[in-house]
Write a protein that binds this ligand. Sequence first.
Ligand code: SF4
Length: 323
Amino acid sequence: MSAPVLHVAGLIRHFTQKKGFPNPVTITVRAVDGVSFDVAEGEAFGLVGESGCGKSTVARAALRLIEPDQGTVRFRDTDVRAARGPGLKALRRKLQMVFQDPYSSLNPRRRIAATLTEPMAVHGIMRGRAARERAGQLLEEVGLPPAALDRFPHEFSGGQRQRLGIARALSVEPELLVADEPVSALDVSVQAQVLVLLRDLQQRRGLSFLFVSHDLAVVRWFCSRLAVMYLGRIVEQGPVVEVFREPLHPYTRVLRDASPSPDPGLRAQLPRIEGEIPSAANPPPGCHFHARCPHVMPICRTQYPSFRDMGGGRQVACHLYDN
Ligand code: SF4
């Protein structure tokens, strides 16, 4: 792989919470517990897992929307965690986020023209008539009429609002889009349209994507490589085609089983996922997946498996592959 556009290594983010009454105790939630991956130039890299696995925290920490406790985040040659002042502002232009809920990310009192032209002014790209003209072009690029510039967010459907959110992200000419569940709030038919738009933009603009989703089917369609997260850690990583053809980690296997597959025979051979995801405040010892794993062995209950390179760009953390 050529030099990555985004390099994340050893990322850790823990949160503390007070729990209990009348004598509350402070507990530590290990939301992200040592996550490493690279996003290559122009690729769509997927981060998948169940709700609460830490994938959205990774996305936000990569953009410095929250501060990680430890780890490295590099965008090209820039240390994202060390960036300050003008350097951080320049980074914010190159790294943009597309949010899950487009409505809450758009100011309901501002016309679309203001929403799209303000970031251009903030980053010194253009102002006034030129910015308005550019905003109209952006609307056309995301499949909306330029006349929408004078309307308010509530006048649009959910899918149209997500297109507006994408247009706003594009207004500053980013190089990497971090998309956090960008279609999960939309109807299935609208999901497909927005995904086609994102892929079209990726190809036309050469954009790189960090694509966060709980939906393996969506990641399978949109991404070329993926990492599967479970309880704050990556358990498997590799090219999407190979991971779907032959998942290595038992958790990836059950996730694949739970996602829509065109091959019913394939799904019938696979085990069903059992039990609830444990709390990140109190992860089980050993492999965090052991209480749900159909292949659990004694070592799994005491020792966390190391992340092994399996060749072909594939890695897995599971004692099934110990030598
Ligand atoms: Fe299952 Fe053990 Fe592998 Fe964990 S390490 S996924 S419990 S086989």
